[in-house]
Design a binder for this molecule. Sequence first.
Ligand code: MLT
Length: 269
Amino acid sequence: MQATVSGIRLSYEVFGQGSPLLFIHGFPLSGAMWHEVAGSLPGGWRGIVPDLRGHGQSGATPQVTIGQFADDLAGLLDAMSERAPAVVCGLSMGGIIAMEFYRRYTDRVRALVLCDTRANAETPEGIARREHMAQTALREGTARVVDIMIANLFAPSFPAERRSQWHTLMSATPAVGVAAAARALAGRPDSIPTLPEIRVPTLVICGEEDAISPPEMMRAMHALIPDSRFVLVPGAGHVPPVEQPDAFAAALGTFLASLPPTAAAPGRA
Ligand code: MLT
């Protein structure tokens, strides 16, 4: 399905029926990374799986910010006439966007799932690395960026043929979208000061072998978020919904079952 939001074509898929659960993918991935988890949601949940601006089947722009990604998602929910507060689940860059979405649209968030992500602003070295990545994408194509990233994305046990499938999938991300997102990540806000202000139930979940946002970093985020729980996914690196979808879905299902019922809120913005 497609919707036009802020003049950009956003592609999205919907899985199941019931309360909304918005899945936000990482960089430079697409909604495809959520297929197995969104396809096995417990009854009563509806997974909304967009491709972010510049990724998958969505339109790209030469510039974007983390705030714009969050605004795009609010615009998508509006375009879908989605009024009920959603569980917002984001991985890595998607988690960074989820934290920004919560700050901007607090009353549209029922709960948060922060997967393999980070709360700090980018370091000076990280800003330089991401600018180099943006220029590499524009000059040499997305596949060169993926060549550099892929070694750290998955646990060592992730099968070579699946690694190669994901290399192909990520390499299809338009270079202009990769460059824009790399620069958005370089300029991302510092979310650490706002973690203690999160007032919704939060699941912090991390691959046990994540080399990009390691368990210690995620545990530190969990310690700062008042109503949060922490789950480690064995046998997974940075992308547990792809590497260990059953274990990820089980942890997500347990969390969803623990949420207090909402007063269904017709007409709520
Ligand atoms: C992601 O999965 O979104 C990326 O690993 C983010 C990053 O490069 O920090």
